[in-house]
Design a protein around this ligand. Structure first.
Ligand code: PDD
Length: 287
């Protein structure tokens, strides 16, 4: 069966899946999305992803084109048609199609697309390679807490990192504090052993991976402080890593020209990774 995607009520071959040229997602980046992990045939953290999606919709003054229950059915159907048991599903809702005008008509109908792709999750921490990070100014708008498809600053930062030989960029605000990665939340372990990630605000996305780690921290004897940290503090850290749905827990060995710790993935990162991997695989009943 060739890969199929969902477009506005229909399952279509992925290669020919299309939306109208006057879709506002295309013309104004007027849309929201979620990337959701699939492990062992199960959707991981569907509740928190749906909660964040509906919050994004509300903040954008958009109406949902379907209920969370209908979305659940559609996600599973795309996974089934694409034979994805381990991977990610992508769900995007744009405001819909209308003649190009900054103002949208009151009766505009939101458009929804869903795609799925396979990912081979790492089986253990030994398989995970540490990455290098480039620090760049955070040039995004004032609401990175809304998961919109307006990702141009993130994409430009990612390409800048690429050109510098780094795998990702950490964005830094006007006060010299790290906000987050281009598609991941940022974490450090200080010399004193404090595990830190920035507190939720309008400045960062409320990562679902971040949320899960905070939730099972107690059971894994991890003390986490939610506060902003500077780029300087990150460079002086003993360990650094970033978290996201698709990259899970990614160790960082270098920020700009500064080697982090001894340049090897550290024990706290390993502990967070192992705990998260166990959590991920538990959704499919354990692989
Ligand atoms: N990115 N911060 C930003 C800016 C992100 O785009 C993401 C997710 C995260 C991590 O959130 P979560 O743990 O819920 O994946 C943080 C997705 C994976 C993406 O755009 O591909």
């Amino acid at each position: 069966m060739p890969r199929q995607s969902y477009v506005n009520g229909r399952y279509v071959p992925h290669a020919s899946a299309a939306v109208h040229i006057e879709d506002r997602g295309y013309q104004f980046a007027d849309g929201v999305y979620e990337v959701i992990a699939v492990a062992g045939g199960a959707i991981v953290d569907e509740g928190p992803h749906m909660e964040r999606l509906f919050r994004s919709l509300a903040e954008m003054k958009m109406t949902a084109p379907a209920s969370a229950a209908s979305m659940h059915v559609i996600l599973h159907e795309v996974m089934r048609r694409c034979r994805v048991r381990d991977g990610a599903v992508y769900l995007q809702i744009s405001r819909g199609v209308a003649p190009r005008n900054h103002a949208w008509p009151a009766d505009i109908k939101p458009a929804m697309v869903v795609t799925a792709r396979p990912i081979a999750w790492p089986r253990n921490f030994a398989e995970v390679r540490a990455i290098e990070i480039l620090a760049v100014p955070d040039q995004r708008w004032g609401r990175p807490d809304i998961k919109t498809v307006a990702l141009l600053p993130n994409a430009l930062a990612r390409m800048q990192a690429d050109a510098a030989g780094a795998a990702d960029a950490w964005m830094v605000d006007e006060d010299g504090m790290v906000t987050e990665g281009t598609s991941a939340n940022a974490w450090i372990v200080t010399e004193a052993g404090e595990l830190i990630t920035r507190q939720l605000s309008r400045a960062i996305l409320a990562g679902v991976t971040r949320r899960a780690i905070l939730e099972f921290a107690g059971a894994n004897m991890l003390a986490i402080t939610e506060r902003a940290f500077s780029l300087e503090e990150a460079k002086a850290a003993r360990e650094a890593f970033q978290t996201s749905t698709t990259a899970l827990v990614k160790p960082i060995k270098k920020i700009d020209e500064t080697v982090i710790g001894d340049g090897q993935p550290g024990p706290v990162t390993a502990k967070v990774f192992e705990a998260y991997l166990a959590y991920l695989t538990s959704f499919g009943g354990g692989n």
